[in-house]
Write a protein that binds this ligand. Structure first.
Ligand code: PMP
Length: 301
């Protein structure tokens, strides 16, 4: 598999291993950083495209605004750097991409700059559970509330709850964790949003359920509606996970992956369901460009 060779840091392409930041920079000391994880897919006919680059740039800009970062890098700067870093790394397979913006200055907690940024391309294989599905645990860790650690912002510091829930799930013999909101409603998985199928309707926790406003979640809703599958964004109860016909997680990293049990109760017949498999195939078509649909979602590298 190819290796990451080059990273772009504040506009400069440097060897991947040589990127540096001071340990007392606010980005490290207080985790004042926002990021995006994106994917570049290799097309069967050759060439790569980045999936939904503009939506990722928009979400990153929203995060920089909420965190009140001073003089944040522009979308143009980040877009150009991301496309450039893919070319410089010469991947021969799909690449996982990272844009990250952090405070690189030292100072008090309310310091707002100077702000630095990186663009990186890394190898990343598809989830080992892509075909078989995951065993999930409803975590005793809860999702962050908007008025403390806004989950809508993809901030590095937001990942403690996800990480603790994942470590707990693995220690208990599961693959993944599902987190509830502080009010006990289903929110999302550790780094992926969640859909369930009940009575032929696809449902997903609403934007008010302390989710990250996932770009894959949006893609799934568009593809499902186009396939004639009714979609609801609403509050989801924990016990709906136990009686659902199908459940799957979705995110840039995980793509679409079935959940085949929750708290050891089988979901449906305990195998990835028909709706999940249909949407996995539709997703694969649009990310890889094997279907003509939604060419506006693919930025050629
Ligand atoms: N929730 C969290 C907490 C995440 O980290 C991710 C991955 N970015 C997602 C959901 C899925 O978001 P997206 O589809 O935009 O990758």
């Amino acid at each position: 598999m190819w290796q990451a060779r080059t990273i772009i840091h504040n506009g400069q392409a440097i060897p991947f291993a040589e990127a540096r930041i001071h340990p007392l920079a606010l980005g490290v000391a207080f985790g004042i950083a926002v990021f995006e994880g994106l994917r570049a897919y290799r097309h069967p006919g050759g060439g790569f495209s980045v999936f939904r680059l503009e939506e990722h740039l928009d979400r990153l800009a929203q995060g920089m605004k909420v965190l009140r970062l001073a003089d944040p890098p522009s979308k143009d700067t980040l877009r150009q750097a991301l496309l450039e870093v893919i070319r410089l790394n010469e991947p021969d397979e799909d690449a996982y991409l990272r844009l990250q913006v952090q405070i690189e200055g030292l100072g008090m907690m309310a310091t707002t700059g100077p702000v630095g940024w990186i663009a990186a391309a890394l190898p990343r294989e598809r989830s080992a559970k892509f075909a078989t599905g995951l065993a999930a645990q409803v975590s005793s860790w809860t999702r962050l509330p908007d008025n403390a650690m806004p989950p809508r912002v993809k901030a590095s510091a937001n990942y403690h709850a996800s990480r603790l829930a994942t470590l707990q799930a693995k220690a208990d013999g599961y693959d993944s964790a599902i987190l509830l909101t502080q009010r006990g409603k289903v929110s999302e998985a550790a780094a992926a949003c969640l859909f369930l199928v009940r009575d032929g309707v696809l449902a997903t926790p609403s934007r008010g359920s302390d989710i990250l406003e996932s770009i894959t979640r949006d893609t799934v809703m568009v593809l499902a509606r186009e396939a004639g599958i009714p979609v609801e964004e609403r509050e989801v109860d924990r016990t709906e996970l136990y009686v659902a016909d199908e459940i799957f997680l979705c995110g840039t990293g995980q793509e679409l992956v079935a959940v085949t049990s929750v708290d050891r109760l089988p979901v449906g017949d305990g195998a990835p369901g028909a709706v999940t498999r249909r949407l996995q195939a539709a997703y694969e078509g649009v990310v890889r460009g094997t279907s003509d649909a939604h060419s506006e979602w693919r930025t050629p590298v």
